[in-house]
Design a protein around this ligand. Sequence first.
Ligand SMILES: Cc1ncc(COP(=O)(O)O)c(C=O)c1O
Length: 367
Amino acid sequence: MDLQYFPLPGAEIDEIDTPAIVIDLDVAEANILHLQAFGDAHGTAIRPHSKTHKSPVFARKQIEAGAIGICCAKVGEAEAMVAGGVKNILIPNQIVGATKIARLIALASEANIVVAVDDPDNVRQLSAAATRAGKEIGVIVEVNVGMNRCGTEPGEDTTALARVITDAPGLRFDGVMGYEGHTVAVRDEAERRANAGVAMSKLLEAVDNIEAAGMPVAVVSAAGSGTYNITGEMDRITDLQCGSYIFMDGDYMEVFDDFKPALTVLATVISRPTSDRAVLDTGMKAMSIDRGLPLVVGCPGAEFVKISEEHGIMAVEGEAQRLKVGDKVHLRPMHGDTTINLHTHYFGVRNGHLDSVIEIAGRGRFR
Ligand SMILES: Cc1ncc(COP(=O)(O)O)c(C=O)c1O
């Protein structure tokens, strides 16, 4: 990779070539500490989801702060994290197919691996592969807590699947998970609390049923950033899988400001065709728009109004009409995770200066 155009540490932010993801490291580290302090105060472990940052550098910061390990969405993401020195991985997703299962089991030589399941045949395949390799991995049942994505229903099906895992050689039944993703971004706090409460009662019902059938449930893993202080207060929940909290994004900032925004995409004005239009070098290939157009930060009078592959169009009025070709503008994506996945590096800054360039080693590792 050609790194020649990267400025050296200490450079001014505006010297960073664009489009570039800029992370205020002090803010990200404060977010890490805030969640950890919450977990410590409530006796709930933190197991942050790396699908947001996709970088072992940030995973290690979370672990240094006290996290028990991390979650990874995919085997590829887990491989990037293990290569970067992370030793405790929970995959809160189903890993299906011989190729991926073989890679998952191979990771167990270097790290403690736990994976979610919701299907007995998948359990049998995991068991056969682990046994063949002479390895053991942890397995948890994903329970559908109302998001209606993956997961068994909390009754008989869940208990029966826990039994299949318990009886399967090469596998260790560790417990359950339930992701209340349909509740995490509910804007109204009382409504978010009520919805998350309903969701988690399904998970806790599953725990009671499995334990009544004689199988101890060690792990009860749940939560996204928006429910950290709801799900995280419940006695039987063992760990929180929050991801977005580390950087936040435009969408999550509409939910709450418990965590502060640490991420912007730096863009350059490349054209000023009219007094009320400024064109940026940042389009959909550098900025996801699945949750809406980005917000312009720190530039009153500028509004991001249109996007194409390589261009972003701003309507400018008042003070923002002073923008000229070559000026830099900070944008806050509405969805951080999908924007990060478009980039190869973070530009970590402190007090307005470049601190370090950090590889996004897990980007594109969706297999
Ligand atoms: C299984 C699972 N757990 C946790 C999270 C973390 O959610 P958030 O980004 O809201 O913190 C996600 C997000 O997609 C998820 O899919």
